[in-house]
Design a binder for this molecule. Structure first.
Ligand SMILES: N[C@@H](CCC(=O)N[C@@H](CS)C(=O)NCC(=O)O)C(=O)O
Length: 256
């Protein structure tokens, strides 16, 4: 199998950690279409997003949630889903909170840093910090005194570990979230998570500035669903309009 992946993409990281946790052999291929425009990723995924899993016979599976469900079905041991149906539903809700909520808020924060000379930059950074803190509080209470979000490590943990440790980079102190703080340390004892953290550190060490992580060769930035909703919902629609009018937005193609 192959995995189109990218060391700083939370979705790709989740899928790669799931493969590694389950001990499935695969070849990682680092791609980010909006930054490198490599056509092999576009050929494998109509949305040209990572992650994409390519099976040995060439069939492909896109979307981190769908990939993780496939991996759980195809390689049930060790499990990454709880057994109880209600716990499975709760696990999916935490994954969704990360994929939709944390992702959009983080994107909003990094956009505010990228456009730091824009009139709304400070307010946007504050709004993103406030909402990120609310999301952390939700996870802190969902985790409680437990070792992991459910009886054993699950997709909820692999999703959340892609966001929680970025709080300090957004100037959010972790001392209000003691359970999450201890959980991050515990998670980093897990081999697949430790390997992911090493890859992330290596990738971040090479990042010159935020622009090089977000803007493609033509200056366009990838936008989609919740990432677009967040600045509109928070009242930063003028920034969105300026990006759109300046032709700096790249969207997934129609009908996919
Ligand atoms: N719903 C998708 C979202 C995947 C996604 O948005 N991936 C981003 C990276 S974080 C991407 O590939 N964006 C396209 C680009 O930047 O070229 C999933 O869960 O896999």
């Amino acid at each position: 199998m192959k995995l189109f992946t990218y060391a700083t993409s939370p979705y790709a990281r989740k899928a790669q950690m799931a493969l590694e946790f389950k001990g499935v052999e695969f070849e990682p291929i680092e791609r980010c279409y909006s930054l490198d425009r490599k056509e092999d990723l576009r050929a494998a995924s109509e949305r040209a997003e990572v992650p994409v899993l390519v099976l040995d016979d060439g069939r492909t599976i896109s979307d981190s949630t769908i990939i993780c469900e496939y991996l759980e079905d195809a390689f049930p041991t060790p499990p990454l889903f709880p057994k109880d149906p209600f716990a499975r539903a709760e696990m999916r809700s935490i994954e969704e909170l990360c994929d939709r909520g944390f992702d959009a808020v983080s994107y909003g924060y990094w956009m505010s840093q990228l456009r730091k000379d824009s009139p709304e930059a400070d307010a946007m950074a504050r709004a993103a910090r406030d909402e990120f803190a609310q999301l952390l509080a939700r996870l802190e209470s969902a985790l409680g005194e437990r070792q992991f979000f459910f009886d054993t490590i699950s997709i909820a943990d692999l999703s959340a570990i892609c966001y929680v440790p970025s709080a300090p980079a957004m100037n959010i102190a972790m001392d209000r979230y003691p359970h999450l703080g201890a959980w991050v340390q515990r998670m980093r004892q897990v081999a697949a998570v430790a390997a992911d953290n090493q890859r992330l550190k290596r990738a971040l060490a090479k990042v010159h500035d935020i622009a090089s992580e977000l803007e493609g060769p033509d200056g366009k930035i990838h936008w989609r669903d919740a990432r677009l909703e967040w600045p509109v919902r928070k009242g930063f629609i003028d920034l969105v309009m300026r990006e759109f009018r300046a032709d700096k937005m790249m969207f997934p193609p129609d009908a996919c």
